[in-house]
Write a protein that binds this ligand. Structure first.
Ligand SMILES: Cc1cc2nc3c(=O)[nH]c(=O)nc-3n(C[C@H](O)[C@H](O)[C@H](O)COP(=O)(O)O)c2cc1C
Length: 191
């Protein structure tokens, strides 16, 4: 069993990465393989609404020159998908939104390729707007007929400077519980 995580932060060693690491620690202890993809520093333009994926239905986006199609393959191969983003103006980052729009349309047009995989959202904020970003991530899972996994609180942590979220004890505990719940759910569904 495998979980793939996408970090939408432009800071690959920031708070979002720290939150993902906490979830991964528990998943790995439970025997679930993990892989992290950071969207930082890689071009990922938004959907151009060309409609090609609706015509070809081949699980591919026709925009060339970026890694979107590799990301889609990684999602299809995984049993669970973690989407993690900092809060930017009360929503996800532009990189994460591009991933959601393009991967979301491609997999839906090709027959709901992510159906019944496990999905979990993780968000970091300095102060406010995290729940709106959390909702954005969960919309991706829900329209794709995925099973959304929760924790003991909404999957949110607080911090501004890199790694500051590690001092948010409740957030760290919430991440560990998320890891336990994801491992449990994956074993029920796929074990
Ligand atoms: C452009 C921009 C917009 C931001 N908007 C918000 C916001 O709306 N609410 C908030 O609490 N923090 C906001 N922040 C702070 C980040 O969410 C916070 O620093 C977070 O820890 C960054 O995660 P990272 O370390 O993984 O990059 C913003 C930061 C930037 C650069």
């Amino acid at each position: 069993m495998k979980v793939i995580a996408f970090n939408g932060s432009p800071r690959p060693k920031g708070n979002t990465a720290r939150m993902i690491r906490e979830v991964f620690g528990v998943l790995e202890e439970a025997g679930v393989r993990t892989e992290l993809i950071s969207l930082a520093g890689k071009p990922l333009p938004g959907c151009t609404a060309c409609g090609d994926c609706a015509m070809t239905k081949d699980g591919r986006c026709s925009i060339a020159g970026d890694d979107l199609n590799d990301y889609v393959v990684k999602m299809i191969e995984a049993d669970g998908i973690l989407l993690a983003s900092p809060t930017y103006f009360s929503d996800v980052t532009a990189e994460m939104k591009a991933l959601i729009d393009r991967a979301g349309l491609v997999v839906r047009m090709s027959g709901d390729l992510l159906k019944r995989k496990v999905g979990a959202a993780v968000v970091v904020a300095r102060r406010a707007g995290s729940i709106h970003a959390f909702d954005t991530l969960n919309h991706f899972f829900l329209i794709n007929q995925m099973i959304v996994c929760g924790s003991s609180y909404w999957n949110v942590g607080f911090g501004l400077e890199e790694e500051q979220v590690a001092r948010d004890d409740e957030a760290m505990a919430t991440m560990r519980t998320l890891g336990h719940n994801m491992a449990w759910l994956l074993k029920k569904l796929r074990g």
